[in-house]
Design a protein around this ligand. Sequence first.
Ligand code: ZN
Ligand code: ZN
Ligand code: ZN
Length: 142
Amino acid sequence: MATGEELLRSRGLRVTRPRLAVLAVLADGGHLEVDEITRRVRERLDSVSTQAVYDVLGALSRAGLSRRIEPAGSPARYEARVGDNHHHVVCRGCGVIADVDCAVGSAPCLDPNEAHGFQLDEAEVTFWGLCPACLSRRSADD
Ligand SMILES: [Zn+2]
Ligand SMILES: [Zn+2]
Ligand SMILES: [Zn+2]
């Protein structure tokens, strides 16, 4: 696997300690809110402002090194899994998010009947439902 330095250089980004720290946090996996990323980055670096973390996430997302998702009703979250057009399933009960592979693979995986002349490059698919934990809680309440 490429190191953080190699990833940054491959996208023409300057290698900085905050960028390396954010990449390392994202590489641990999951869909993380900025607050959580900032907390974990601070475990690695002495001082880093929330604004600096936002700036890094913006640069990484523009360079295709992180992906930003924003399910309705939830703060923006960031992940390191990029470039595979995977989708997300979100729990209506607790907000937990999981990855689901795209059945088609490449974007856009859905074609509208009428594209209004647009050249489409992505269909943002979010599946909503209840996670196993919320389901069992619910049946326990019955
Ligand atoms: Zn849930
Ligand atoms: Zn994901
Ligand atoms: Zn798909």
